[in-house]
Design a protein around this ligand. Structure first.
Ligand SMILES: [Zn+2]
Length: 219
């Protein structure tokens, strides 16, 4: 999943993210300075935890469009783990060692995020690839041999060289069938598929970006 702190909503791809300090109140409804934390230092004499010594402050990030939120702990490695702080550590079974009899299978398919600045894709292996419209990229299109009727599936692959990597974003657009679509080379592949208004929007942005860099569009 994308980290909301990058400024893009993981749910709706909106690009206005608000950071907030969730409030905590003490005696007389006075707001505590640091907000909510995951734990507090133990008191010396009275027992319990001391609200004026927080450990692991919590910050809330939310999308300004859909309201989706994520919370993050500041300096997470500094939070003490013990009974006095009422914290406990749970390690994943595979932590620190390879576990040959358990293989993680990804069932979710590469998610796409489309924006005015470019198109991003979270690949199932955890990699995030971004193609920015402001820089040149290459585009390849193939048609799916398994389409019948008034629409056709077109596989699109965008590549862009970056400082130390090659970004690859690939998806399938369901478009109106045409002689141009029929002229594309056939290819069987399984990619995230967009149709209707979303497919038209992607195609429109692709045409805009291609014009910017004099890139020949197959469609
Ligand atoms: Zn959102």
């Amino acid at each position: 999943m994308r980290d909301i702190r990058e400024g893009i909503c993981p749910l709706c791809a909106h690009q206005e993210i608000v950071e907030a300090v969730p409030a905590e109140f003490g005696d007389g409804n006075m707001e505590l300075q640091n907000g909510v934390a995951v734990t507090y230092a133990p008191r010396w004499i009275m027992g319990g935890r001391n609200p004026s010594h927080p450990k692991g402050l919590i910050r809330l990030w939310f999308c300004r469009s859909c309201g989706y939120s994520q919370q993050f702990v500041l300096e997470p490695g500094e939070v003490p783990i013990d009974a006095e702080h009422r914290t406990a550590l749970h390690r994943g079974r595979g932590a620190g060692q390879d576990n040959p009899d358990r293989r993680r299978l990804r069932t979710t398919h590469a998610t796409l995020y489309l924006g005015d600045a470019g198109i991003d894709q979270d690949w199932p292996n955890g990699a995030v690839h971004s193609v920015r419209w402001e820089r040149p990229f290459s585009i390849a299109m193939h048609r799916s041999p398994a389409t019948f009727g008034p629409t056709a599936d077109v596989h699109v692959q965008l590549k862009q060289s970056q400082a130390n990597a090659l970004a690859i974003v690939a998806f399938t657009l369901c478009v109106t069938d045409s002689p141009e679509v029929q002229r594309l080379a056939p290819l069987t592949t399984f990619l995230p598929r967009l149709e209707g208004e979303e497919a038209r929007l992607v195609l429109r942005l692709l045409h805009q970006a291609a014009r910017l860099h004099n890139i020949q569009m197959p469609l």
